[in-house]
Design a binder for this molecule. Structure first.
Ligand code: ADP
Ligand code: MG
Length: 655
């Protein structure tokens, strides 16, 4: 592809075709967003120009009055949106308008259901951007020139949104982009300047560039001349985060969020603070209501933009907020960074570092506030000192922390692994399912409060899913003793528990690892201990037989008191990898050293007692092997030889 190729027709990428089709059918009731999207793009383009021009003044081409101009032609039935931002080269047009390069696009389309309302939400999260022009237009032309290129390098793009577009090289005097929308029959209402102005107020008041339109001429009074129409600025054109909180309504905040977060829905909560200390900066941060579709993609976009003295500098970076807070959207603005230095230098600056730390603390504080204000919250959950905040009160949040947790909880868990400095704080924000509650609402502090007399450990189990965790044989003795166990069933939990080894001075302990000693818990502790020792002794022959039969399939065979119903279970050695972790790594195609489990047997179980008395070698072998494979199955894994297992069980059933 060369930039000088003349006129050509190209096909849209398949995903674009699909998107256009879906959008027109599922967003039909919210067509006005086309204007928000196009203004948002123009504003991004102005941001980029202003930033690049700080390093190369020639890009200004003598015109640094950055703005958006909107014109309506009732006769021709067109709306024109013109900016003098950065513009695009021919190659940029091809790759930006005509393809969707974002990762996860395929998966995204896979999620669509065909249900219009649901899909409208999904499409909202995905962001339809430029293509929303086709909501109201049956033909769109775009003429653009990249700042810094000469006027012969203008590009003309045109499409009816039907699968193809035309591309041509044209002359364009001024840099920037002009988009002409040829309205559909039924979109007449948008030819009304008042209607457009009200949409601009709604969505673009906070855009820091003026949006200009022709004013409406004042009709001439008797004997007077008509006052000629003049160009007027429609929006407030001041960056929202620089305005005092007292002047801003929830609607202002929500609309700004929709612009910056590319979201259709209102945010879940926001935080607007000016911080003064060694460094001075403003934060306007939002929590979305729903996780963006690409939250779990490796290249998931970060959503916080950095501004320096109101000039946009960069976006989407782990230098602004840690990765585990990648769902946060918003703006950080500071006076303490130079405008025209490279990204690399910015990234190493102590001011950036301080801002990142400060913003992280604020976001955690916002979550702590949500916990406090949520319906079921503890009153004494946390107290944050907000000394740094300049003369403003904290805002009330009306949202339920459980809603946040179900969308972003797994993301926050990464913070335990990533953010040593805030680990304790994050640990308090975690919520889990336990043996007393299935619905991921138990805080570790709730658990600690409910601990039994004599219990000094937080017990947990990891498994592939909630059902497997809940039905694990390891839980039997805990049920009997009434000891709560945290049920972990997300992939990340294995990593979580290897980093979170203590909470509130209590050790966290996997109930499927190492030797278990619950003898100190409960009333008849001493008697139980004695009884167990006796049983262990009686089961000695069974242990020996199984050990000999299983050979080096197991690390050890021993008698346990963790089982009340099952004959046997597998445990990992205290410092070995758990079998759940082993399975996760194997599924991910990683080489895992073979971990040998320990088989623990229940001396009270009839099968074990029968085995103690067995003589036939073959029978002992079959029995031992069935016990082992059963224990493997109970872990949610497959026996090494499933068919062999079935054969042995059937043989046993026949006897
Ligand atoms: P998004 O804004 O989320 O990237 P859009 O579909 O709105 O998605 O726009 C796609 C891309 O097209 C933008 O990222 C930008 O590179 C380019 N673009 C769109 N409008 C303009 C414009 N007015 N000036 C310069 N580039 C633009
Ligand atoms: Mg856009």
């Amino acid at each position: 592809m060369t930039a000088t190729a003349a006129k050509e027709t190209r096909a849209f990428q398949t995903e674009v075709k699909q998107l256009l089709d879906l959008m027109i059918h599922s967003l039909y009731s919210n067509k006005e967003i086309f204007l928000r999207e196009l203004i948002s793009n123009a504003s991004d383009a102005a941001d980029k120009l202003r930033f690049e021009a700080t390093k190369d003044d020639a890009l200004n081409e003598g015109d640094s009055d950055l703005h958006v101009y909107i014109d309506v032609d009732k006769e021709a039935r067109t709306i024109t949106i013109r900016d003098n931002g950065i513009g695009m080269s021919r190659d940029e047009v091809v790759s930006n308008i005509g393809t969707i390069a974002r990762s996860g696009t395929k998966e995204f389309f896979g999620q669509l259901t065909g249900d219009q309302e649901q899909d409208a939400h999904l499409i909202g999260q995905f962001g339809v951007g430029f293509y929303s022009s086709f909501l109201i237009a049956d033909k769109v032309t775009l003429t653009t020139r990249r700042a810094g290129l000469t006027k012969e390098h203008g590009v003309h793009w045109e499409s009816a949104g039907d699968g193809e577009y035309e591309l041509d090289t044209v002359e364009k005097e001024t840099r920037g982009t002009e988009i002409v929308l040829h309205l559909r029959e039924e979109a007449d209402e948008y030819l009304d300047a008042w209607r457009l102005k009200s949409i601009i107020h709604k969505y673009a008041d906070h855009i820091p560039f003026p949006i200009r339109m022709m004013g409406v001429p004042v009709p001439a009074a008797e004997g007077e001349e008509e006052t000629p129409a003049v160009v007027e600025t429609v929006n407030q054109a001041s960056a929202l985060w620089t305005r005092p909180k007292s002047e801003l309504t929830d609607e202002d905040y929500n609309n700004f969020y929709k612009h910056i977060g590319h979201d259709f829905e209102d945010p879940m909560a926001h935080l607007h603070q000016k911080l003064e200390g060694k460094y001075e900066y403003s934060l306007l941060l939002y929590l979305p209501k729903r996780a963006p579709f690409d939250l779990w993609q490796a290249e998931a976009k970060h959503g916080v933009k950095l501004y320096v003295r109101r000039v946009f500098i960069m976006e989407a970076s782990e230098d602004l907020l840690p990765r585990y807070l990648r769902f946060v959207r918003g703006v950080m603005d500071t006076n303490d960074l130079p405008l025209n230095v490279s990204r690399e230098i910015l990234q190493k600056s102590p001011a950036m570092d301080a801002m990142k730390k400060g913003a992280t603390k604020r976001v955690l504080a916002m979550l702590e506030d949500m916990v406090k204000n949520s319906p079921l919250a503890d009153d004494d959950s946390s107290d944050i000192t907000e000394a740094e905040i300049v003369g403003e009160e904290k805002e009330e949040s009306s949202v339920n922390y459980a809603d946040f947790w179900s969308e972003f909880g797994n993301c926050l868990k990464e913070g335990i692994i990533e953010d040593d400095a805030n680990r304790d704080r994050i640990a308090k924000l975690l919520r889990f399912s336990t043996t007393s509650s299935d619905d991921q609402t138990v805080a570790l502090s709730d658990y600690v409060e409910r601990m039994q007399e004599g219990q000094d450990t937080i017990y947990f189990i990891t498994a592939e899913n909630l059902a497997a965790a809940k039905h694990s044989p390891h839980l039997e003795v805990f049920r009997k003793k009434g000891v709560e166990v945290v049920l972990l069933h997300d992939r990340i939990d294995e990593w979580l528990t290897s980093h979170l080894t203590e909470f509130d001075g209590k050790k966290l302990q996997s109930i499927a690892k190492g030797e278990l000693d619950l003898s100190g818990i409960g009333e008849n502790a001493d008697e139980e201990k004695k009884a167990h020792e006796e049983k262990a002794k009686a089961a000695e022959p069974a242990v020996e037989k199984i050990k000999e039969s299983l050979g080096d399939k197991v690390k050890d065979v021993r008698v346990t008191d963790r089982l009340t119903e099952s004959p046997a279970c597998l445990v990992s050695d205290q410092f070995d990898m758990s079998s759940n972790m082993e399975r996760i790594l194997k599924q991910a195609g990683q080489n895992v050293p073979d971990m040998k489990p320990i088989l623990e047997i229940n001396p009270d179980h009839e099968l074990i007692q029968r085995l103690s008395k067995m003589r036939s070698k073959d029978k002992i072998n079959d029995f031992s092997s069935i016990l082992f494979d059963q224990a493997v199955l109970a872990e949610g894994a497959l026996p090494e030889d499933p068919a062999g297992f079935v054969r042995k069980v059937n043989a046993l059933l026949k006897q």
